[in-house]
Design a protein around this ligand. Structure first.
Ligand code: GLN
Length: 486
């Protein structure tokens, strides 16, 4: 097996036994990026020198007997997580040359765990989108078919993991942005419970929904990464002081005591591709054969989820993005001498069309006289959706659904049709509205060879249950060894 094809768990074993070094592994990843990223376009910034220096330091730690599971492991980071001294753009022209003066908490935790940060990964600008076409800099292509989208907004993270350009990656998920690209690229991705992972140093999109999480080649690798980044952080008041189990240790249990809910409303959801429906049905059978009991549950307010999300997320975005005014940091149109003109021109040039659309929508929804009708109403629906899950989880331990209604579609297909793109978030954004965790794990391929993902959602802070089911399912489905031909 080639070094870049290793999983984190495999590489970690080889590093610990001194069969390989982190310098060799990191070199192999940089060579792989050199060889294939010209076609995929996953990285916005590759920090070759920094990565090699971190690899050398990791080898020293390994020589000193420090064999933490991430020591010496090359990872990629979505470009909206601050990395000290390393450009962080949010894939936006407005932050094109922004170099953060500090590390996000997740980055300092990864560094403390010995991980090697290879570079920063492409995304939809400020994480707004589901295709990674809305990047201010480049389109990322799906490694399984270069004419297709990789999904989004963490499309660079998913594509880089799928194409072996890092062993694992961090993404962020506000309405599906970890799970959906993971599904489209045939990798595993988990959105942890809201509050499980610190967001200090995550550039905010919609603060009541955003959550950081890992993408990996296997369920076990995601558990290893989540172990490193989870837990309370005094610098993020929304992070919760709940005890954090060792996820990588509990993923091996069987499923005989597990009850899985299948939402009635999801099978008739708008635009569900029959191939996706069939793959998920087969997955349910597999999970039953592993000992779980499957029952029908109801999430009656599903129909309102997309509408509620697309009021709440743009509203919060319009508020969060007010800080990009050309004064404090980022791009400024220096040709303007009048303050208001400078604001206007900076934001018009600095933000792309999708971000501008969200700001306009959100500003409208929050404006005097409309607040109750839009944001207020959407918040009430959000409570109903949260209650739906609470009721369902009274009779089951986890809920299973598709991740995306269709496999990855051709690049360009929804560029002029944002509504179709928004509607494709139907299965993922409810978990964000409710704050519950969700994982995407590969469950099959379409007739034309595109990956299909299965979503498993669980109770607040019960990521362990998701890892347990996903791990057993992954073992039974035996899809992990399938690789895109690049
Ligand atoms: N596709 C959704 C949106 O465009 C979700 C994005 C995300 O999770 N960051 O808002």
């Amino acid at each position: 097996m080639k070094l870049h094809e290793l999983t984190i768990a495999q590489a970690s074993g080889l590093l610990k036994n001194k069969e390989i070094t982190s310098v060799e592994l990191t070199r192999a990843i940089l060579d792989r990026i050199e060889a294939v990223d010209g076609r995929v376009g996953a990285y916005l910034t590759v920090d070759a020198d920094g990565a090699m220096a971190q690899a050398k330091a990791a080898d020293q730690r390994l020589a000193d007997g420090d064999a933490a599971p991430l020591t010496g492991i090359p990872l990629g980071i979505k470009d909206l997580i601050c990395t000290q001294g390393l450009r962080t753009t949010c894939a936006s022209k407005i932050l094109e040359n922004f170099i953060p003066p500090y590390d996000a908490t997740v980055i300092s935790r990864l560094k403390n765990a010995g991980a090697v940060i290879v570079g920063k990964l492409n995304m939809d600008e400020f994480a707004m989108g589901s295709t990674t076409e809305h990047s201010g800099f480049q389109v990322t292509r799906n490694p399984w078919n270069l004419d297709r989208i990789p999904g989004g907004s963490s499309g660079g993270s998913a594509a880089a993991v799928a194409a072996d350009m890092c062993l694992g990656a961090l993404g962020s998920d506000t309405g599906g942005s970890i799970r959906q690209p993971a599904s489209h690229c045939g990798v595993v991705g988990i959105k942890p419970t809201y509050g499980r992972v610190s967001r200090f140093g995550l550039v905010a999109f919609a603060s009541s929904l955003d959550q950081i999480g890992p993408l990996g080649k296997t369920v076990a690798d995601c558990a290893i990464m989540l172990d490193a980044i989870a837990g309370h952080d005094p610098r993020d008041s929304t992070s919760v002081p709940e005890p954090v189990p060792t996820f990588s240790a509990i993923a091996e249990n069987g499923l005989s005591d597990v009850v899985v809910g299948i939402p009635r409303e999801y099978s008739s959801a708008h635009g569900l591709d029959p191939q996706v429906g069939a793959a998920v049905e087969r997955a349910v059978k597999t999970i039953e054969s592993l000992g779980a009991r499957c029952i029908e549950v109801s999430l009656p307010h599903t129909d309102y989820a997309v509408a509620a999300y697309y009021v709440i997320a743009p509203s919060e975005a319009s508020s969060n993005l007010a800080r990009y005014d050309g004064v404090k940091y980022g791009f400024r149109d220096r040709t303007q001498t009048d303050l208001l003109q400078m604001y206007r021109s900076t934001r018009t040039q600095g933000f792309g069309p999708e971000v501008q659309r969200r700001i306009i929508l959100g500003t409208y929804a929050l404006s005097a006289g409309y607040y109750d009708a839009y944001y207020g109403k959407a918040s009430q629906i959000r409570t109903l959706i949260k209650n739906d899950f609470q009721t369902a989880f009274a009779s089951c331990d986890a809920i299973i659904s598709p991740v995306a209604p269709t496999p990855a579609y051709p690049i360009g297909e929804t560029l002029d049709d944002p509504l179709t793109m928004y509607l494709s978030d139907i299965f993922t954004l409810s978990a964000n509205l409710a704050g519950i965790p969700g994982i995407s794990v590969p469950c099959g391929f379409s007739d034309d060879g595109l990956p299909i993902g299965l979503q498993i959602m669980g109770r607040h802070f019960n990521e362990s249950m998701l890892f347990q089911i996903a791990r057993q399912f992954e073992r039974a489905a035996t899809l992990t060894d399938k690789k895109p031909l690049l």
